[in-house]
Design a protein around this ligand. Structure first.
Ligand code: NAL
Length: 328
């Protein structure tokens, strides 16, 4: 696979493509980073960016995972001590999920975000940013109903972290997009470079296919799930025999979340996917890429129930090592 293709496969966008191509021309020793608010348990959203980090490691990038303890605090996720405790567990789960221990650096935000120089740069960014812009940047990240001052500082610190971590490529889900755009617009105003950003897709709500899957609302999948939990959730998922479902009765766009999880979680990690079926239903099906599985579901060759049962099996295989760490 060509390096640019490897870096960008399954990504929604690279900002900008030209900058992404420049990185792909000479990936050795380049640094990619992703940050997460520590939450103790890894869920399917974290796993999606982690899979992208593995692509980047394969391409020669050095990967830094920022355990964004101060950000979680600013976003109302608990006391600082509680957040630090959950971060250690999260790190273990990332390694269990398959990030290369040698190639991955883990860092706490609090290791550099309290430095005097950082504080001065942060205030410079505050001077350059309107409250409404900061608030908009947080629309898909903030917890709680009212916007606090801490949540307006949050995206500015995220922008500044990109500078302090000396990152060549900032990776995040599409919900981070507005923060990254703020960083691209604002950092040059304080004499810093605009970062290149890569965004991964968001998976649709598992039960309805409408809107986005969320760990705080609705059904999500995490490393805490037992094999039975996973089976139950996947069996209840929205999966019409179509890769392009009709809108619902209210006209809302719908996705097929079962196919999305195959595309973004399963095929990047397994060379072949076997769908087991009894002989009387045509016997096992074997797929080497997402396209052929999606085409079979769409064409009626693959029944949604069989697709779901295979998905539950592969998801469990991805989750099992982290689940063991959680239980240890
Ligand atoms: C991600 C987060 C916090 C700080 C960061 C700094 C640099 C790069 C990425 C970062 C967490 C992220 C979240 N905003 O929603 O989990």
């Amino acid at each position: 696979m060509d390096v640019y293709e490897q870096i960008t496969r399954n990504a929604t966008e690279v900002v900008t493509e030209a900058e992404g191509r420049e990185l792909a021309d000479d990936p050795e020793g380049k640094r990619a980073y992703v940050g997460y608010e520590p939450s103790g348990v890894l869920h399917i959203g974290h796993m999606l960016t982690a899979t992208k980090l593995m692509d980047l490691q394969d391409a020669g990038f050095e990967v830094t995972v920022l355990l964004a303890d101060v950000h979680a605090y600013l976003n109302g996720k608990g006391t600082f001590e509680e957040i630090r405790e959950t971060a250690e567990r999260m790190k273990e789960q990332f390694l269990a999920y398959g990030l290369d221990e040698e190639q991955t650096e883990f860092l706490y935000g609090s290791e550099f975000e309290f430095d005097r120089e950082y504080a001065l740069d942060l205030h410079a960014l505050e001077l350059e940013t309107s409250i409404s812009r900061a608030e908009r940047a947080m629309s898909e990240i903030k917890s709680g109903d009212t916007v606090t001052v801490s949540q307006a500082v949050y995206p500015l610190m995220q922008a500044l972290d990109i500078v302090y971590l000396d990152v060549d490529l900032a990776v995040g889900g599409m919900e981070q997009r507005k923060v990254h755009m703020l960083a691209r617009d604002t950092l040059p105003k304080i004499g810093e470079e605009a970062p290149t950003c890569l965004h991964t897709p968001l998976i649709a709500d598992l039960q309805s296919g409408v809107g986005k899957m969320s760990s705080s609302e609705g059904v999500s999948i995490s490393m805490e799930d037992s094999p039975e939990d996973i089976e139950e959730k996947v069996n209840a998922a929205f999966c019409p025999p179509s890769r392009d479902p009709e809108p619902d009765e209210d006209g809302n766009e719908r996705e097929n979340p079962v196919l999305q999880i195959f595309e973004y979680h399963v095929f990047p990690r397994f060379d072949t996917v076997v769908v087991e079926r009894p002989d009387e239903y045509g016997g096992d099906l074997e797929y080497e890429d997402y396209e052929s599985l999606a085409a079979d579901l769409d064409g009626g060759e693959l029944h949604p129930a069989d697709a779901k049962s295979a998905l539950a099996t592969y998801l469990d295989e991805l989750i099992a090592p982290g689940r063991e760490k959680l239980q240890a």
